[in-house]
Design a protein around this ligand. Structure first.
Ligand code: GRF
Length: 194
C-alpha cells in the first residue's frame, strides 16, 4: 500500500509512521510527504529518505487553486492512502471528492466531541475527565467523517494543553499505525465509506 502523508507542523505522528512502516515486512510504504508550508516535520521524511513536496498556501490566489496544485502533487504518487497528520488546512470539496475514500485524518479528541483546530484546548477547558484520539475518513465537513478508530485518553489534574496533547499523541500514533495496517490488510475496507 503506497501512502502519502500531509503535515503542517512538527510531524511527530509522521515520525512514528515512518518508523513503523520502515520494516521490510510492513505492508505499507510512505512514498512521499507533503505540506502546505515550511513544516518542521519535513525533516523526519528527509531523515528516512522519503521524498517531500510543499504546496505553500501563500503561493496561490485562493483555496481552489491551492487545492488543485496539492491534488496534482499527491496524484503523482498514485497513493492507495492519503493521511492528514497534523495538516492544518481544510481541503476544497473537489479535492476531498477526488481522494475519497482513501483519505483519512487523525484528530486529538474523541469525535464527535471537540472537532476543529483547538480540540485539545477545548477538551481541557470543558472540565471533562476524558477526551480521546480519533482516526476518521475525511468528508466535506470539519472532522465530521466516519470514525474508523478511536480511544479514550484521560485528562489529569494539572494538565496543560501541551501535557494533554502529548498524552493524546501517544494514542494517536498507535491508532494511526494500526489503521494503516488494517487498511493495507483489508481488515478495514475504505470503499465501505465511499
Ligand atoms: C496531532 O495531534 C494532530 O491530530 C493534530 O495536530 C497534531 C499534530 O502533531 N491535528 P504533529 O505535527 O504530528 O506533531
Amino acid at each position: 500500500l503506497s501512502v502519502v502523508v500531509l503535515i503542517s507542523g512538527a510531524g511527530s505522528n509522521l515520525r512514528a509512521l515512518l518508523e513503523a512502516t520502515a520494516g521490510a515486512d510492513f505492508p505499507a510504504r510512505i512514498v512521499a510527504v507533503g505540506t502546505d508550508r515550511d513544516a518542521a516535520g519535513l525533516a523526519h521524511a528527509e531523515a528516512f529518505g522519503v521524498p517531500t513536496f510543499a504546496v505553500s498556501w501563500s503561493n496561490f490566489p485562493d483555496r481552489a487553486a491551492w487545492g488543485a496544485a496539492l491534488l496534482e502533487q499527491i496524484e503523482e504518487w498514485n497513493p492507495g492512502l492519503v493521511i492528514l497528520s497534523g495538516f492544518m488546512r481544510l481541503l476544497p470539496p473537489d479535492v476531498v471528492a477526488a481522494l475519497s475514500p482513501r483519505l483519512i485524518n487523525t484528530h486529538p479528541a474523541f469525535l464527535p466531541e471537540f472537532p476543529g483546530a483547538h480540540g485539545v484546548r477545548d477538551a481541557l477547558a470543558s472540565g471533562a475527565a476524558l477526551t480521546g484520539a480519533s482516526i476518521i475518513v475525511v468528508d466535506d465537513g470539519v472532522d465530521s467523517g466516519p470514525v474508523i478508530a478511536q480511544e479514550r485518553v484521560p485528562i489529569v489534574a494539572g494538565d496543560t494543553e501541551d501535557s494533554l496533547h502529548d498524552r493524546i499523541k501517544l494514542v494517536e500514533r498507535r491508532l494511526l499505525v494500526q489503521a494503516v495496517l488494517d487498511i493495507a490488510r483489508g481488515v478495514i475496507d475504505l470503499k465501505e465509506f465511499a
